[in-house]
Ligand binder design. Structure first.
Ligand code: IVH
Length: 683
């Protein structure tokens, strides 16, 4: 190591030490002047030898705020959300699902119950026992690098006492206690600074500071409760994992308990809730056995082995001042209640959903009524009913608009649906705008610098009329965009770079971005996997338009996506407006094949399970195969790649043998799947 590098390393370590003493422990050991001298020397060397500074060097980050936003960090294992339960029936169904999936009998399941604090989830990485980085949840796959900020939290151990794994992601919730929140708001107010609406916002606002010194001055706490990627298993049960966390110096919520009777625990916590020093909105129940957790895995964005049982919703009454009609990208008209502002469980509510025309009619909700508003967790507040006695005399029943408020086209209700739809299609500017917003949204093209507000502006001004315009019309207009209010050359250049970067896109994202009804992220992935390439998908979909309803139903079955969705796809492709927009867009892009995107190891393979499996339930076997990228189908054909036969397999096994399809026993399948997944073969 050169002399400079050695000095930088020494200064960096010293500064990190003094930063922590000063910011976190409020116990500095050296004078400010001495600290400043160290800091100046470090900064001078760092400025002349930037190549010697590691990107995550906490000494570099704490003192000096980076010029622009946070860097991105990729999570080793995605950070997911939780499904909700709102009552004992939901919880019973959750347990039944677990039993079905694992093929368990009625014996009680052992859970760990943890109060659910509404803060911000965070992932902390430890390498060789040292805290190396911290990331927010972000979109679940990638979060923001808040290492320097987390460095200032007293509840984040910087080094773990041995034994520890070589690498582990430890997850938890950053939050603010009620008392800290009130005191901080009072201080902010006195200083003429911004105050926060609730402890969650205060915690988020305090953590996401580019200048970590501000975070250091805020009273943030952390409870650790979960695990991300780990180089080795550190426990066999979640309970033991929590014990490990405690031993490593983390705060674990002291109310966390090992239970079998969730309803009793829920009732107990509900009565003590008000006395807790922090707000909670429910209890998280996690299956204790980690081997079972691994077998259960995930569906969509939530684990099958955990659930958040929320407390009953909070309600309030207020006056309904008006009803706005919001238009969705597929033309759905949603009525939204405009309310006299009212506080519901600590949150000021001005709007609430009215669901649809039927609901308004059923509850006989009229403008001018006093209505009951309900809020449960983070869901959108809803209008649950009216207070009949408070109805002012002479107000008229609500009449749902017969024409689209945006384009004047007729509003129709498709047979069998509750939703009213504008028939204007791409002639309706509101629908086009919503589609564009969807197109650039996070799971879709996700173009940085092109958010909802900008798209609305660009669309209103006629700059962007269709998705293809983003790629064909915006780049030549870079100078005009730079000249716009609030833009400037740098922002315009960044936007063009972001657009250029998105000219190459994976097939699944591309399909999802089109905003076809019922084609969410999961279905888009299924389609991408099934068809492999854009060209193939495009051809097959066009063919589906002409094949008739029965054939479409087969298509739905093959894909495992259902007839309704196959129908939706066919309708999309039957509309020349849509195919023209699609072709114009595709011409601007390089669309990557689904397999080329590093899909699962059995990517694109057709797998059939038949007979009685002994160590796996069917749903489990199917989930396992799909996780590796395979398609699970019911019948054996020439296209089948693999047939897994359990006990008493009949005609399908015979057919596979006739066709020369590869046949595996259940044990062979487990070995293969484990090898492909890089696991050890045990569940
Ligand atoms: S476990 C895969 N445990 O709730 C497991 N989450 O609705 C994911 N949360 O994003 C999370 N307390 O921010 C877990 N004891 C707890 C929690 C908890 C609060 C939050 C967390 C998560 C959200 C999901």
């Amino acid at each position: 190591m050169s002399g400079v590098a050695a000095e930088l390393a020494r200064l960096g370590a010293e500064l990190a030490h003094h930063d922590r003493l000063y910011h976190t422990l409020d116990a500095p050991e050296i004078t400010d002047a001495a600290y400043d001298a160290l800091r100046r020397r470090y900064n001078d060397l760092a400025a002349t030898h930037p190549e010697l500074i590691a990107a995550d060097d906490p000494a570099a980050a704490v003192g000096a705020a980076p010029a622009s936003g946070f860097a991105k960090l990729r999570h080793g294992v995605p950070m997911l959300s939780l499904d909700n339960a709102f009552g004992p029936e939901d919880f019973t169904e959750f347990c039944a699902r677990i039993r079905r999936f694992l093929g368990l009998d009625e014996a009680p399941l052992a859970f760990v119950a943890e109060p659910k604090i509404d803060g911000l989830s965070i992932s902390l990485t430890y390498e060789a026992g040292r805290f190396t980085q911290a990331a927010t949840r972000g979109d679940g796959t990638e979060g923001e690098d808040v290492t320097a900020n987390l460095h200032t939290l007293k509840d984040v151990p910087l080094a773990l006492p041995a034994p520890f794994p070589a690498r582990i992601e430890i997850r938890g919730e950053v939050f603010m206690t009620k008392a800290d929140f009130l005191a901080m708001n009072a201080a902010q107010e006195k200083a003429g600074e911004k105050t926060f609406a609730n402890p969650r916002n205060a915690a988020a606002g305090s953590l996401r500071q580019l200048d970590a010194r501000i975070t250091a001055s805020r009273p943030l706490s952390l409870f650790a409760y979960a695990q991300g990627e780990a180089s080795e298993q550190v426990a066999e049960t979640h309970w033991d994992y929590l014990e490990r966390l405690r031993a490593w110096g983390f705060q674990v919520n002291p109310l966390s308990s090992r239970i079998t009777d969730a309803a009793a625990f829920q009732a107990e916590i509900a009565t003590t809730r008000g006395l807790l020093p922090y707000d909670i909105d429910g209890v998280v129940y996690k299956l204790d056995d980690l081997a079972l957790q691994r077998r259960l895995g995930f569906v969509g964005r939530a684990p099958r082995w955990a659930i958040a049982w929320k407390f009953p919703a909070e309600q309030a009454t207020t006056v309904l001042e008006g009803i706005d009609i919001q238009l969705g990208r597929t033309g759905a008209l949603t009525p939204v209640a405009r309310l006299a502002p009212v506080n519901v469980g600590g949150v000021l509510v001005r709007n609430a959903t009215l669901h649809n025309a039927d609901e308004i009619a059923r509850k006989d909700i009229r403008i001018g009524d006093t209505v009951i508003i309900q809020r449960a967790g983070d869901v959108i507040p809803q209008v649950v009913g009216i207070v009949a006695e408070r109805r002012p005399p002479g107000i008229a029943p609500y009449a749902f608009p017969a024409t689209c408020p945006a384009c004047g086209s007729a509003v129709l209700r498709p047979p069998g649906e509750v939703v009213m739809r504008c028939t204007g299609g791409l002639a309706c500017p509101a629908q086009v705008e919503e589609r564009l917003i969807h197109f650039v949204s996070r799971g879709a093209f996700d173009i940085e610098g092109l958010g909802e507000k900008t798209i609305r502006e660009f669309h209103a001004e006629g700059l962007v009329k269709s998705p293809a315009d983003i790629f064909s019309e915006l780049p030549p207009r870079e100078p005009d965009i730079a000249a716009r209010e609030g833009w400037g050359e740098l922002s315009a250049r960044n936007l063009m770079a972001a657009i250029a970067q998105r000219r190459t896109i994976g097939l699944a994202r591309f399909i999802f971005a089109l905003g076809i009804r019922r084609i969410g992220e999961a279905n888009a992935k299924l389609l991408a996997r099934h068809y492999g390439s854009y060209a193939n998908w495009r051809t097959q979909m066009q063919a589906a338009v002409t094949i008739g309803a029965e054939a479409r139903s087969d298509l739905g079955a093959i894909l495992g996506i259902g007839t309704a969705i196959a129908q939706e796809l066919a309708e999309f492709f039957a509309e020349p407006h849509n195919t023209a927009a699609l072709d114009a867009l595709a011409a601007q892009l390089t669309i990557l094949d689904a397999e080329a995107q590093g899909g699962g190891e059995l990517s694109g393979k057709n797998v059939v399970f038949t007979g009685t499996l002994e160590t796996l339930t069917r749903p489990e076997a199917k989930a396992m195969a799909e996780k590796l990228g395979a398609r699970v189908t019911d019948s054996v054909s020439k296209k089948t790649d693999l047939v897994i036969v359990g006990a008493d397999a009949g005609s399908k096994a015979r057919k596979a043998a006739e066709l020369g399809v590869r046949i595996l026993t259940e044990a062979e399948w487990r070995t293969l799947a484990a090898a492909r997944a890089g696991m050890d073969g045990t569940p």
